[in-house]
Design a protein around this ligand. Structure first.
Ligand SMILES: Cc1cc2nc3c(=O)[nH]c(=O)nc-3n(C[C@H](O)[C@H](O)[C@H](O)COP(=O)(O)O)c2cc1C
Length: 164
């Protein structure tokens, strides 16, 4: 069951859970993948409600997003799915089927989470390493694996209740 909410109502949950990890879900032509993210922004850009996510070029998620141009974020209930966030944050969809490993239903959302944000990419921007502050560069980009920033317009935002 879906209960739609305004994007203004998800700021707190999004920002509280983000450092612990949320799921960034992508799919293309029947292939489903998800990865844990800990960085992101939610707010207004181009007069639209937008989520910005940072995806390194090395991620399988990057390859899928380049093709699909849409993503969904699923936010776990506080304190849940820690093992799954660990798996999805360390294993690549190139090597394993994370939906099967974590017993998630194949869908654009993670059924075991209760809050979901559906987005369509309206802008993507590759990092300009020449414009990066040096301490950030040293700390996060020693291997030259930079991020693509995807700005996704929020198209839908809702809570789900598990069907009994
Ligand atoms: C807590 C946590 C937060 C993470 N945040 C990000 C992130 O914001 N961006 C990113 O590119 N990778 C992030 N990662 C790493 C990816 O989740 C990880 O490399 C994953 O295996 C990529 O999966 P994929 O190759 O199937 O896309 C994070 C990992 C953890 C554990």
């Amino acid at each position: 069951m879906k209960e739609h909410v305004n994007y203004e109502d998800i700021f707190k949950r999004f920002n509280e859970q983000l450092p612990k990890g949320v799921f960034l879900n992508t799919s293309f032509e029947g292939e489903y993948n998800t990865m844990t993210i800990g960085w992101g922004l939610v707010g207004i850009t181009w007069s639209k409600p937008v989520v910005c996510v940072a995806v390194r070029f090395s991620r399988h998620t990057y390859s899928l997003l380049e093709k699909s141009n849409k993503f969904t974020i699923s936010i776990p209930k506080t304190g849940t799915l820690k093992k799954e966030l660990g798996i999805c944050g360390t294993k690549s969809g190139r090597d394993i089927d994370k939906f099967e490993t974590c017993s998630f239903k194949k869908d654009k959302i993670i059924d075991k989470c209760d809050l979901h944000i559906e987005c369509e990419v309206v802008q993507k921007t590759a990092m300009d390493k020449t414009a990066l502050e040096s301490s950030i560069k040293e700390r996060f980009y020693g291997t030259d694996d930079y991020h693509m920033f995807y700005f996704g317009e929020i198209k839908d935002c809702y809570y789900t209740k598990e069907e009994k």
